[in-house]
Design a protein around this ligand. Structure first.
Ligand code: SF4
Length: 229
């Protein structure tokens, strides 16, 4: 399989960083920052999006996929919340996990994210996963219509969507190449598992996994690491 020319060098950078002892959570923060910096550069060029604090159309209905490091980071963040708040979010996560689990294969129930606050802001904004960080729109009205169930194209900058996806995939591939987890997991099911047991098996929450892609990335990273020794 021909390697992806954009993703390969990014993957290699994260693989080298992880191989030299950087913790997965530190590498994840660097990957989030790298993607955010790209997004900010594009937005500085084309103008600001319509997104604003309290506008939560996307969080009201879109599925959220997380990698294993994001799931662990979010679970450990939630564990530090005060008890009452923790119990409340825990119940909402469990309820959403049931709905996601019972949805037909490939479908997602039209439900608001359990991490959305009462004031419609993300309660884990600094830790939000790649898929949320890349969400943007230059007009809130199509977002509102999409949240209401209408099939509508959202006005986004394709470069931002593409680069976030490349960096997110490169990060998963680099983790997998070093023996980590390459999976992508449904947010609520993954958190439901990890909040019960921090060492819990995430496989029931698995969203999708391109095994051939991950195997090819594994081979490419390991060949490059061998060449550098
Ligand atoms: S994690 Fe935050 S940004 Fe992502 S869907 Fe949930 S509330 Fe929205």
């Amino acid at each position: 399989m021909k390697d992806n020319p954009v993703r390969a060098p990014i993957r290699m950078r994260y693989a080298m960083s992880l191989a030299s002892g950087t913790s997965p959570s530190t590498a994840l923060s660097a990957a989030h920052r790298e993607a955010d910096a790209f997004g900010a550069r594009v937005l500085a060029e084309v103008g600001p999006p319509a997104c604003a604090a309290g506008c939560s159309h996307c969080c009201e209905h879109l599925p959220v996929g997380v990698n294993a490091v994001e799931a662990q980071a979010l679970a450990s963040h939630l564990r530090q919340w005060p008890l009452e708040r923790r119990v409340r979010v825990r119940e909402q996560i469990a309820a959403n996990a049931v709905r996601a689990r019972e949805a037909a294969p490939g479908e997602h129930p039209n439900m608001a994210c359990a991490l959305l606050d009462d004031d419609r802001r993300c309660s884990v904004y600094e830790q939000r996963p790649f898929v949320c960080r890349r969400a943007h729109s230059f007009d809130a009205d199509p977002c509102r219509r999409a949240a209401a169930g209408e099939a509508v194209d959202l006005p986004v900058d394709a470069r931002i969507v593409a680069m976030y996806s490349q960096i997110a995939t490169a990060f998963r591939e680099a983790s997998a190449a070093l023996g980590g987890d390459a999976g992508s997991y449904e947010l609520h099911q993954a958190l439901d598992i990890l909040l019960r047991d921090p060492q819990g098996d995430l496989s029931p929450a698995r969203e999708r996994s391109n095994e051939a892609m991950v195997r090819a990335a594994h081979a490419a990273v390991n060949a490059a690491l061998r060449r550098r020794r």
